[in-house]
Design a protein around this ligand. Structure first.
Ligand code: BGC
Length: 365
C-alpha cells in the first residue's frame, strides 16, 4: 500500500511538472483603438496567429485613451503575461506600465509604433520613413517635378498624431523628398504651413483633418487658386482631405491625394478617383513576423540577422535607426511597404486578404 501511495505521489509530481513545463505561455496584445480601421485587422491577425500556435492570448483596445492603455497593460501583467505586444497610443505615455513590465521581467514588443522606454525588447514595424518617401516620390512623379520647365505647383500637407512616434517619420520622409522643390520654388505651400506641429492631426482623426483642410481651402484657395496635390500621411486623414475637397474646393482639377493603409473606404475613393494612392502595409505579414520573433524570444534567443532570412516575407533587421532613449537602440524588424493606385489594385486581391466585387470595389475577406 505504501509503495502504491509513493507511486501515485511520484506520478502526481511528474504530471504537475509536465503541466507547468507545457502550460501555454500567455501573450498580452494591447491595441490602441477600434475607431481606426487597421488596428481591428492587426488585433484580429495577431490573436489568430498566436491562438493557432497554441498560446493563450488576451487582446484589448484602449479607445485611444492613454490611461486606459496603461490600465489594460497593468491588468495583463497581473494576469501573468509572459510577453506583451503593444501598439502605443502615446509613445511617451506608458512609462509606469513599462517599468512594471521590466520589474516583472516581462519582455515587450513595441508593435508598429515605438514606445519611448528602455523596457522595449524589440520593435516590429514597417520602414516608416520610407512610407513618407513613397508618398513624396509619388507626387514628384505625378506632377513631373523633375522636369517642371518653369511650371509651379501648389501643395498642402497633413500629418498624423504627434503622440505617435511614427507620425514624425512619415512626415519627414515625405517632406524631405519634396523640400528641394519647395526650396527652388517649383512647389508652393500657399498656406505656409510646413512645420510638423502645424500640419499634425491629433489622434489621426478624420474630422480634425477635414476641419483643417476646409479652413485652408476657404482661406487660400476660395479665389480659384489651383491646388495640385495634398500629401496626407495616412488614409484616415486623407478621408478628411478628400471630403473637404468635395465640399469646399472651387477648382475642377483632380487634386493628387496620398494616403497609407488601404482602408476599405479609401480604396473605394481610389476607384472613384478621389484619392490617388495609398501606401499599403500588409499587417497580416506584420503579425506573422511578430509571432516568429515572439517564439524565438520565448525560447530564449533572437538571432535577428538569421531570423529575418527565415521569414516568408521581406523584412530588414535594423539596430541603428530607432532608439528608446539617447544611445539606447532598439533591435527592429522592418517590413516593406508598397504603393497601391487604381492601376495595381489587383495587388491587394493577390494578397488573398481582399476580394473585388462586381461593382469594382474591394472588400476585406
Ligand atoms: C500606423 C499607420 C496608421 C496610423 C493611424 C500609425 O502608427 O503606422 O498605419 O495609419 O497609425 O492609425
Amino acid at each position: 500500500m505504501k509503495k502504491f501511495l509513493l507511486f501515485v505521489l511520484a506520478l502526481t509530481i511528474v504530471f504537475s511538472a509536465y503541466t507547468v513545463a507545457f502550460a501555454a505561455k500567455k501573450i498580452g496584445i494591447s491595441m490602441p483603438t477600434q475607431s481606426l480601421e487597421r488596428w481591428n485587422r492587426d488585433g484580429e491577425y495577431l490573436k489568430a496567429q498566436f491562438d493557432q500556435a497554441g498560446y493563450e492570448t488576451q487582446l484589448t483596445y484602449s479607445d485611444n485613451k492613454n490611461d486606459q492603455q496603461v490600465n489594460d497593460i497593468d491588468n495583463m501583467i497581473s494576469w501573468g503575461a509572459d510577453l506583451l505586444i503593444v501598439a502605443a497610443i502615446d509613445g511617451d505615455g506608458l512609462n509606469t506600465a513599462m517599468d512594471r513590465a521590466a520589474e516583472a521581467g516581462i519582455p515587450v514588443i513595441a508593435y508598429d509604433r515605438l514606445i519611448g522606454n528602455d523596457a522595449v525588447t524589440y520593435y516590429i514595424s514597417f520602414d516608416n520613413y520610407t512610407v513618407g518617401v513613397l508618398q513624396g516620390k509619388f507626387i514628384e512623379a505625378a506632377l513631373g517635378l523633375k522636369n517642371a520647365d518653369g511650371k509651379v505647383f501648389n501643395i498642402e500637407f497633413t500629418a498624423g498624431d504627434p503622440a505617435d512616434n511614427n507620425a514624425g517619420y512619415f512626415f519627414r520622409g515625405g517632406f524631405d523628398t519634396l523640400k528641394p522643390y519647395i526650396d527652388s520654388g517649383v512647389l508652393k505651400v500657399i498656406s505656409g504651413q510646413t512645420a510638423f506641429q502645424q500640419v499634425a492631426t491629433a489622434q489621426w482623426s478624420t474630422d480634425t483633418a477635414l476641419a483643417r483642410a476646409q479652413n485652408i481651402l476657404g482661406s487660400y484657395y476660395a479665389d480659384g487658386t489651383i491646388l495640385h496635390a495634398w500629401l496626407a500621411n495616412n488614409d484616415s486623414t486623407a478621408a478628411g482631405v478628400t471630403q473637404a475637397l468635395d465640399s469646399d474646393y472651387a477648382g475642377d482639377n483632380a487634386v493628387i491625394v496620398t494616403g497609407q493603409d488601404g482602408d476599405i473606404a479609401n480604396l473605394a475613393n481610389i476607384v472613384d478617383g478621389k484619392q490617388t494612392m495609398t501606401v499599403y502595409k500588409n499587417v497580416a505579414n506584420e503579425a506573422v513576423v511578430t509571432l516568429e520573433v515572439s517564439k524565438a524570444l520565448l525560447n530564449g534567443e533572437v538571432k535577428g540577422e538569421e531570423l529575418v532570412k527565415s521569414f516568408p516575407v521581406e523584412c530588414a533587421y535594423d539596430t541603428t535607426s530607432y532608439f528608446t532613449s539617447p544611445g539606447h537602440y532598439t533591435p527592429s524588424f522592418l517590413l516593406v511597404p508598397t504603393v497601391v493606385t487604381k492601376d495595381n489594385l489587383d495587388y491587394l486581391v493577390d494578397t488573398g486578404l481582399y476580394v473585388k466585387g462586381e461593382d469594382g470595389y474591394l472588400k476585406a475577406k
